[in-house]
Design a protein around this ligand. Structure first.
Ligand code: 5GP
Length: 190
């Protein structure tokens, strides 16, 4: 995805602790055309993989996930980071470590929206250490649904979350892979 890579190099900023700020087109202001094009590329990469539902995690995963869901014409569910008072039945719950906030937190999904046997494609903005992805996998397993793949806009390969997931046989696709943010320089994998 050449246009994504160019955008990262042009607008991305390195923050301390290996954080990439892409607030100008993914995480705060969003570029809807680019979001669509990225979703189309993820759909292309998962061509032939049957998907019943797209699953993501609030908040930044929702935009790419809804684009993928629209293209695949299937429902999109997002895991919530707070249990809302409107969730009357006990939801499924998993623990994750928030990479950007550095705290452990729970994520929740209502049992009615993640069901046994459903084929789930997880879509998110970033893959770093893989904690969010593992939390999602935990929810999918608890629901006895089936994870068919994971698609990310940006993978930070130097944090190795993707390596571990791939070693376990999970199909992981990332549109841009960052090898290093050392010395404030964004080094993208060609
Ligand atoms: P992981 O759980 O894989 O360590 O981190 C993934 C989650 O943390 C993503 O859902 C994303 O919201 C957030 N995240 C991880 N790294 C970055 C980063 O460099 N920049 C931004 N903006 N978010 C990140």
């Amino acid at each position: 995805m050449q246009q994504l890579k160019e955008r990262i190099l042009h607008d991305g900023r390195c923050l301390p602790g290996g954080v990439l700020k892409v607030d100008g087109f993914v995480n705060h202001q969003m570029d809807a055309q680019l979001m669509h094009d990225m979703a189309a590329e993820l759909v292309r990469r998962f061509h032939g993989v049957p998907v019943d539902k797209v699953f993501t995690i609030e908040a930044s995963g929702i935009a790419p996930a809804i684009m993928v869901g629209w293209l695949l014409q299937c429902p999109v569910v997002f895991a919530k980071k707070k249990r809302p008072s409107t969730m009357h039945q006990p939801p499924l719950e998993a623990r994750i470590r928030s990479f950007t906030k550095g705290v452990d937190t729970s994520i929740y999904v209502s049992r009615e929206f993640l069901r046994r046997g459903e084929r789930i494609l997880f879509v998110d903005d970033f893959l770093a250490n893989g904690s969010a992805a593992r939390g999602i996998l935990d929810l999918v397993c608890q629901a006895q649904a089936r994870l068919v793949g994971m698609g990310f806009i940006i993978e930070k390969a130097f944090q190795h979350g993707g390596d571990a997931l791939r070693r376990e046989g999970i199909r992981v696709e990332s549109l841009a892979v960052i090898d290093s943010l050392d010395d404030g320089i964004i080094r993208l994998r060609p």
